[in-house]
Structures are given as structure tokens and as C-alpha cells.
Design a protein around this ligand. Structure first.
Ligand SMILES: [Zn+2]
Ligand SMILES: [Zn+2]
Length: 105
């Protein structure tokens, strides 16, 4: 099975627009830039938010990352987890090693 990428959503704190896709770093309603304290959440309609292979390829250099320590979904813009402050490299490395072979420790 191919790994899938789910596109997270965020809400605009300025105009209240909800469900803005993670690919946009500005509000589609008022044009305000996404703040560093923006909270991302998983969409209810997972199927609609699942990126196709082409879409995933386009966004691969700005992919959201899931913190392995606290489970927060972070934007690629963040180098540290907004939930617990873990470094992105540590979290993703940890995530990869945990799920790769499993006997590295
Ligand atoms: Zn807005
Ligand atoms: Zn975290």
C-alpha cells in the first residue's frame, strides 16, 4: 500500500474562516497570513483531504509533520513542535526509526 498524506486544516483567527487547507499559508477569506500559533487539525472527511500522488509530490517539500512525542500535527513552517517543543528533526527521526525495523534500540 502506498503511504497516504492527509492535508490538515486550520482556522483563521482574524475573520473566523474555517477549514482552510494546509497548503495555503494565507487565509482564503481575508488574506491574513497563518500565524505561528496556528493549530492544525485533521479534517472529518479524510477521503477528500487525502492527497493524490501528484498533489503529494507537489507538497512534499512542505509536508506537515506529526510529532512523535505528543502527536501534534505541525506545519512544515515550524522547526519545533507547537505542542511540546520537540525539534522537528528529532521527532521525524524518532518516528522513522520507530517504524522502520524496530530493533535498532
Ligand atoms: Zn481570515
Ligand atoms: Zn510534540
Amino acid at each position: 500500500m502506498e503511504p497516504v498524506r492527509i492535508e490538515g486544516l486550520w482556522d483563521c483567527a482574524f475573520c473566523g474562516q474555517k477549514g482552510i487547507r494546509a497548503r495555503y499559508d494565507r487565509c482564503q477569506g481575508c488574506g491574513s497570513p497563518r500565524g505561528t500559533d496556528t493549530v492544525f487539525y485533521m479534517p472529518t472527511d479524510i477521503a477528500a483531504a487525502t492527497l493524490t500522488k501528484d498533489e503529494a509530490a507537489k507538497t512534499s517539500n512542505a509536508s506537515d509533520w506529526l510529532c512523535d512525542y505528543c502527536g501534534s500535527l505541525n506545519s512544515a513552517d515550524f522547526s519545533v513542535c507547537k505542542g511540546c517543543g520537540s525539534k522537528k528533526e528529532e521527532a521525524t527521526k524518532n518516528y522513522g526509526s520507530l517504524h522502520a525495523s524496530g530493533d535498532q534500540f
